[in-house]
Design a protein. Sequence first.
Length: 194
Amino acid sequence: MVSLNESVRRLLDEPNVAVLATINADGSPQTSAVWVGREGEELVISSARGRRKDRNIGRDPRVSLSVFDRNNPEQYAEIRGVATVTEDAGRALAIRMGEAYNGPGGGQMFIDLPPEVIRVVIRIVPDHVAGHVALPASPRPQAGADELAYLVAGQFADLEDLLGALVGGPAGRGPTRLARLRQASRDRGAPPRP
């Protein structure tokens, strides 16, 4: 089991919808949008017994779950691991998840289910965590190698924006020095550079 960092824990502790991927009998992927919670370092999902994801996990417990920040979908985590399925005693997890995602009273729909509807807990023990959870904003550097790091982190609109900052143009504010040089070259009739 791997540990979850604070950013991943935050994604899991907030009511963000996730996508659970399981493996069908023929080896093809199967995905389901799910509500996800956390108990310590393990992920928990409520489902109904007999659903495709439940059957797939019984056959092959390897799963992958992607969770996205509902306010900024570019912030996400992918968590791979091994899942187990157990009965949700008293539908406790289903009720808790209903309240978390739908607000007060949101778990009532699970309380009202007929007794023959069995809810289960899918518990995932993570063995790999990846993704992009944004770091806190910081002032933009003025020049140098830090500019390239910002491009990689997605802070520049494109390479032209980065190049403009590196050659002295105000990135994102009017024509860059490089753009002005290109235009001057075209105005002189120089052949375009590849």
